[in-house]
Design a protein around this ligand. Structure first.
Ligand SMILES: Cc1ncc(COP(=O)(O)O)c(C=O)c1O
Length: 325
């Protein structure tokens, strides 16, 4: 890969067997790829993408990065912290219900501020126009690099192309044949990168994105668009790896949880010692359990649950503990 990259993440992240979870849920053997350990305050999957975007910002001579997300966005928090690490200023366009700052900074937003990011609040309607808003802000600034939502463009997806190169020898060392790679999917850069990486390596894997809020068709469209754009930008051929997006487990929608979801997430924590945030990995682990209950896997299957991080959101859900009753 010739693209510039800054080493920010602590890699390789471990691939671990979740023995107690596999035994309790009684289905396939479950493994966990620990991207909750990439560093930068539980930055998860985002830091892999930012290694490429921040390098590109430097290559372009920028002194500032501009990105966007919800007030509690993991991506915006990861960008703020990574920018602080390398000495770039970060401007964040944050979507809040009324375009106003929250009364008190909590969770990811507290960390965005702590890292010194400049937070600009916009309404959901303005957020629909985020790309134009960021492009105009960059033009006004004169020396800024724009990172799209979730760093999900062909450049950011390279982080997950590299991640597949990382996991390939780990799968082999662990004797894992034909794994199903199960992960939380939203802006689709993670899924698209995995697909390109797996295709590049000829890996025998099945990739399943568990949508955290949008209909499967929309997320699949994003994946396909990214794959097409990646070919246009970096070359390669259409991807041959089996994949799909499921949306049966989005429940009440993005960032909203049901008591059943929270109970499964809490159970998964008790069986692994890992944190599953209700917005992303929590929805994905809930979906995995439901698939097991519906006999969608055999006992011989190996499922790699790609833990994409995002642990701070756990602190916003006291109901997780109440769900133990
Ligand atoms: C913790 C976590 N997991 C998964 C995702 C989904 O990744 P992508 O947006 O690349 O589909 C995100 C995106 O915000 C995230 O924060």
């Amino acid at each position: 890969m010739n693209q510039s990259r800054i080493g920010l993440a602590h890699l390789p992240t471990p691939l671990e067997s979740a023995d107690r979870l596999s035994a309790a849920w009684g289905g396939p053997t479950i493994w966990v790829k620990r991207d909750d350990l990439t560093g930068f305050g539980l930055s998860g999957n985002k830091i892999r993408k930012l290694e490429f975007h921040l390098a590109a910002a430097f290559d372009a001579g920028a002194d500032t990065v501009i990105t966007c997300g919800a007030v509690q966005s993991n991506h915006s928090r990861a960008t703020a912290l990574a920018a602080a690490r390398v000495g770039l200023h970060a401007i964040l366009y944050l979507r809040s219900p009324n375009g106003e700052p929250p009364e008190a900074p909590t969770g990811n937003h507290l960390l965005q501020r702590l890292a010194g990011a400049e937070c600009r609040f916009i309404t959901p309607a303005e957020y629909d126009d985020r790309d134009r808003i960021m492009t105009e802000a960059a033009a006004a600034h004169g020396n800024a690099w724009v990172i799209p939502e979730g760093a999900s463009d062909p450049l950011g997806a390279l982080g997950f192309v590299a991640a597949m190169h990382e996991i390939a020898p780990q799968l082999e060392d662990s004797g894992i044949v034909h794994p199903i790679i199960w992960h939380a999917a939203s802006s689709a850069g993670t899924t698209a990168g995995m697909l390109r990486g797996a295709d590049e390596l000829g890996l025998d894997v099945d990739i399943v994105g568990s949508s955290v809020g949008d209909p499967a068709g929309e997320v699949e469209y994003r994946v396909r668009t990214l794959l097409t754009e990646a070919i246009a930008r970096f070359g390669g051929s259409p991807c041959d790896v089996p994949w799909r997006v499921v949306d049966e487990y989005i429940g009440r929608g993005y960032g909203l949880s049901t008591p059943e979801e929270l109970a499964v997430q809490a159970e998964a924590t008790r069986l692994t010692g890992l944190l599953f945030d209700p917005a992303y990995t929590g929805k994905a682990i809930y979906g995995l359990k439901r698939e097991i209950e519906q006999d969608r896997f055999t006992r011989e299957d190996h499922v790699v649950f790609w833990h994409t991080g995002g642990g701070f959101a756990v602190f916003a859900y006291p109901e997780l503990v109440e769900s133990r009753k």
